[in-house]
Write a protein that binds this ligand. Structure first.
Ligand code: ATP
Ligand code: MG
Length: 433
């Protein structure tokens, strides 16, 4: 007889399964986001995971890390080049143009889901990861920049992170001001060419501004002496930035000006910002965003100013775990565990469970399946995290009662009629309903 060897299948490197103990944490984080976004009057948009490759090349920029080496690009069966989205903004802009969403109107949008980048996987850096992305269209003034930053501050604050994150701010000016500055910077960097690392030598011709946010410590001193974009802003960008700083100060949102913050993607203009933490090593940026006033036009739409941010959910969850900031109740999915011993009790348990689910829609009730003794069923009830085990045995089914056993409190067992069980549970879970 030939032996077949079946090799074990594994998930792809850098792409994680989200197991039940983790998914409850994600649900908590996502519910917090959604609640806050609703309180600011933002609407959800969902766009496809796969887009035409050209979309990302034209919006993110050819000379960026993402487009140069991080995209999952392949030909579909028809020979068209398609790409798994490496970020949300490009797809949202495409959709906004295609459906005329920014035509004579403003939009405040959010979206969330997986994005894909072919990077070297490590803690806080994966190949499939998830973002919350917020994008606003057709508002040019700095007041919306303030609102967006306030919103991001609230997301972090309501998760308990205010003391753990720093807001870094910069302005990139207009494309014209940036072009002028770029030649000053290239002059300076060319003078110091021998001090540039290999990556930066290459960027000197392709994307010199990106050299500024190099993390190479050997270049730190040299870069500190480089001319600063913030000293070469056009007047309007300067006024825009001053307004933003004044409002944030007045609103009590602390920030740090980081003149070397340029962000990884090409499309930004004026305001750029990041929320960073020192608690996650070199993967310290939790959220980053900025204004991208030229992008809609660049992708074939009218001139529509826009601003947004992307927040990395894995990093946020890691941060909350590292700082032990998840509430204790997370992961507990059951309030009541209904046991049943004996054929009659088992038959009674199903309609009883359904009756309770009708009566108490927010009660989380799990019904024991698979038989076994009371002892083994109570063990499972305990492991489920439930506060209460309901006991349904021969005696209870004969006289239509149920035992209420408290699993987490020093409290006597109660015996109630099945007809009154719903009411009794409502009282016991009053504060939770
Ligand atoms: P980094 O400098 O860490 O590579 P980035 O500038 O490439 O970040 P953005 O394109 O601004 O990141 O994406 C927004 C957010 O998404 C980041 O602030 C970060 O929290 C998260 N993020 C980016 N890349 C990854 C990744 N590979 N794995 C997990 N999260 C990521
Ligand atoms: Mg990156």
């Amino acid at each position: 007889m030939s032996e077949s060897i079946v090799s074990k299948l594994k998930g792809l490197r850098g792409m994680n399964d989200l197991l039940p103990d983790q998914s409850s944490k994600w649900q908590y984080v996502e519910a917090t986001f959604k609640h806050i976004l609703a309180r600011y009057g933002y609407s959800e948009i969902r766009t496809p995971v796969l887009e035409d490759t050209t979309l990302f090349q034209r919006s993110i920029g050819e000379a960026t890390d993402v487009v140069e080496k991080e995209m999952y690009t392949f030909d579909d069966r028809n020979g068209e080049s398609v790409t798994l989205r490496p970020e949300f903004t490009a797809g949202v802009v495409r959709s906004v143009i295609e459906h005329g969403l920014a035509f004579n109107q403003t939009q405040r949008l959010w979206t969330t889901g997986p994005v894909f980048r072919y990077e070297r996987p490590q803690k806080g850096r994966y190949r499939q990861f998830h973002q919350l992305s917020v994008e606003i269209f057709n508002l040019a003034g700095p007041d919306i920049d303030v609102e967006l930053i306030l919103l991001s501050a609230r997301l972090l604050r309501e998760l308990g992170l205010s003391d753990q994150v720093t807001l870094e701010l910069n302005s990139l000016g207009t494309p014209e001001a940036r072009a002028e500055y770029r030649s000053l910077l290239v002059d300076y960097l060319t003078e110091h060419k021998h001090e540039l690392d290999e990556d930066s030598q290459r960027r000197l011709t392709t994307n010199p501004l990106r050299i500024l946010d190099s993390k190479n410590p050997d270049m730190a001193d040299m870069l500190a002496g480089a001319p600063r974009l913030i000293d070469h802003l056009d007047d309007e960008s300067r006024a825009h930035f001053d307004y933003l700083k004044d409002r944030l100060t007045a609103l009590g949102i602390p920030f740090r000006i980081n003149t070397r913050l340029v962000r990884g993607l090409d499309y930004y203009s004026r305001t750029v910002f990041e929320w960073t933490t020192t608690a996650l090593g070199s993967q310290g940026t939790v959220c980053g965003g900025g204004r991208y006033d030229g992008m809609v036009e660049q992708l074939g739409g009218k001139h529509v100013p826009a601003i947004g941010f992307g927040l990395g959910i894995e990093r946020l969850v890691l941060l909350l775990e590292t700082l032990d900031l998840f509430p204790d109740t997370i992961g507990n999915t059951v309030d009541v565990y209904l046991t049943a011993v004996g054929t009659r009790a088992e038959q009674m348990a199903l309609p009883l469970a359904e009756q309770l689910r009708d009566q108490l829609p927010s009660l989380r009730l799990q019904l024991h399946c698979g038989g076994g003794s009371f002892k083994s069923q109570i063990k499972k009830a305990d492991r489920s995290g439930a506060r209460i085990a309901l006991l349904l045995g021969e005696e209870e089914s004969a006289n239509a009662t149920v035992g209420i056993k408290f699993l987490r409190e020093e409290r006597d067992q109660e015996q109630v009629s099945q007809a009154q069980l719903g009411e009794r549970l409502a009282v016991l879970f009053e504060s939770a309903q």
